[in-house]
Each structure stands twice: as C-alpha cells, then as structure tokens.
Design a protein around this ligand. Structure first.
Ligand code: PGA
Length: 252
C-alpha cells in the first residue's frame, strides 16, 4: 500500500515572514496527522527559517533544486549536503520550469539525482510533456526519454528514495489540469517503464505524484486514480487553507 504524498512547491514566492507564517499554518492545520506524507519546498533563502518551524512535526522540508557537486568554486550554486545540513529531506529536480528556462538536460538532471541521493536526500523527479508533445501523440516517447535519461544508472535500492512527479507542462500554472484518466494513463506508463528499469517490486513501490493546477476542486478525482499517489502542488500550496484541503482530500 503506497502512502499518499502531498508536496508544496513554493517556487519563487513568499518572503521570510510569509514563508514562516505559511509553514506555521500548515504545521498547525496538519497537527499530528501521519496518514499522508507532507512536504513544503520554500525558496533557498527561507529554508533555514522554515526548518525551524517544521522541526519535530510531520511536515518535511524540501528544496527546489541543487547542484550536482559536493563543494567547490560554483558561484551561486547550492550542494545537496548543504540542503541536508539546513534540514531538508527532499529536493525537487527536473522541474519543467528549469528544463525550459534554464536549459536543464536529462543528463544534467541525472547527475543531480545521483548527487542528491548520495547526500541522503529523497528526490522528487519531475517529468512531463508539453502541449505540442501531447497533440502530436508524443507523450509516452517524451516520458520515456525523460525517465531513462534522468534515472540512468539508478538501482532499485536508490529508487526507493525517488518520487516521480508527472507534471504535464500544459497543466502547470494554467488552471487546466489533466483529466483523472489522462493522469492515470501517464502514471501507469511511468510505473511500467520504471518496473522494466529497476524491477517489478521497485515499480510497484514507486510513488508517482500528479502536478499541474492541482486544487481542492479537482484533486480528489485525481487522487482516487489507482496509480496517482499524491500531488506536487504549486499555486495552491501558497495558501495554507487550500494546501490543507488538498491534504485532507488525500486522506479520504
Ligand atoms: P501549479 O504548479 O500547481 O501552480 O500548476 C505545479 C508545479 O509546477 O509543481
């Protein structure tokens, strides 16, 4: 039985004050609920502050990126061990905004996945097709390429610390979510492909989140699909009441 996992991707939003308030409201609202795994992923500058708020609570801390080196002359970059040091358990890698706006390739994302796992982080690996890919029936080809590239040389044991977030690019921040059936179909494909790569058991245990305009109004039907194991929430994770409502729907 896979436990549902709801994570909030705060992107480049919040301030030190609002990040702390948001984290506090989530901690308070969640109380000691542990039937669902919950994580928040604030911007780098607020990680330490949010870490203090979530310490000792069921809310885990994640970062939104890392650099695939331990340390060195890499101006402006943040290493996986620095994220662990500040209290992170998770890191989001391969988000489509970074693939598109920062030119990140599957090979580079794969380096980051290895570095993050080595440092003891769990990885939320984002993959997803664009609208053009979907319209030209290339969704599975794109998912396949991103999976095999980003997860190259990952063992079944390492995979137990990887969560895949299926985020169709056309659904991110657009208000248009994938239908439950579209999500289910993509998740089945991802699970099948990962099972081929890392073994049937690893594939069955893999948590696959849906991401893309997830909101309390639409998330319930998505979360009821047999292969949808949670959600990676952007916009709606910036309001504690909406994020908590999504978490509650994941428990039902
Ligand atoms: P959204 O973002 O929920 O605002 O669409 C999801 C994401 O980018 O992870």
């Amino acid at each position: 039985m896979r436990k549902k996992f709801i994570a909030g991707n705060w992107k480049m939003y919040t301030s030190s004050i609002t990040a702390e308030l948001l984290a506090s409201a989530i901690v308070k609202g969640l109380a000691n609920e542990t039937r669902v795994t919950v994580a928040v992923c604030p911007p780098f500058p607020f990680l330490a502050r949010v870490a203090q708020v979530v310490r000792g609570t069921p809310v885990a801390l994640g970062a939104q990126n890392c650099y695939p080196k331990e340390e060195g002359a890499f101006t402006g970059e943040v290493s996986p061990s620095m994220l662990v040091d500040v209290g992170c358990q998770y890191v989001i890698l391969g988000h489509s905004e970074r693939r598109q706006k920062n030119g990140e390739t599957d090979a580079f994302i794969n380096e980051k996945v290895h570095a993050a796992l080595k440092a003891g982080l769990k990885v939320i690996l984002c993959i997803g097709e664009t609208l053009g890919d979907r319209q030209s029936n290339r969704t599975e080809v794109v998912l396949e390429t991103q999976l095999t590239g980003s997860l190259a040389k990952i063992s079944a044991e390492q995979l137990s610390n990887v969560v895949v977030a299926y985020e169709p690019v056309w659904a991110i921040g657009t208000g248009v979510n994938a239908t439950p059936q579209q999500a289910q179909d993509a998740h089945v494909f991802i699970r099948k492909r990962v099972s081929q790569m890392c073994g049937e058991q690893a594939g069955q245990n893999l948590l696959i989140q849906y991401g893309g305009s997830a909101k309390p109004e639409n998330v319930s039907a998505l979360l009821h699909q047999p292969d949808v194991d949670g959600a990676l929430v952007g916009g709606a994770s910036l309001q504690a009441d909406l994020f908590l409502a999504i978490i509650r729907l994941a428990i039902q």
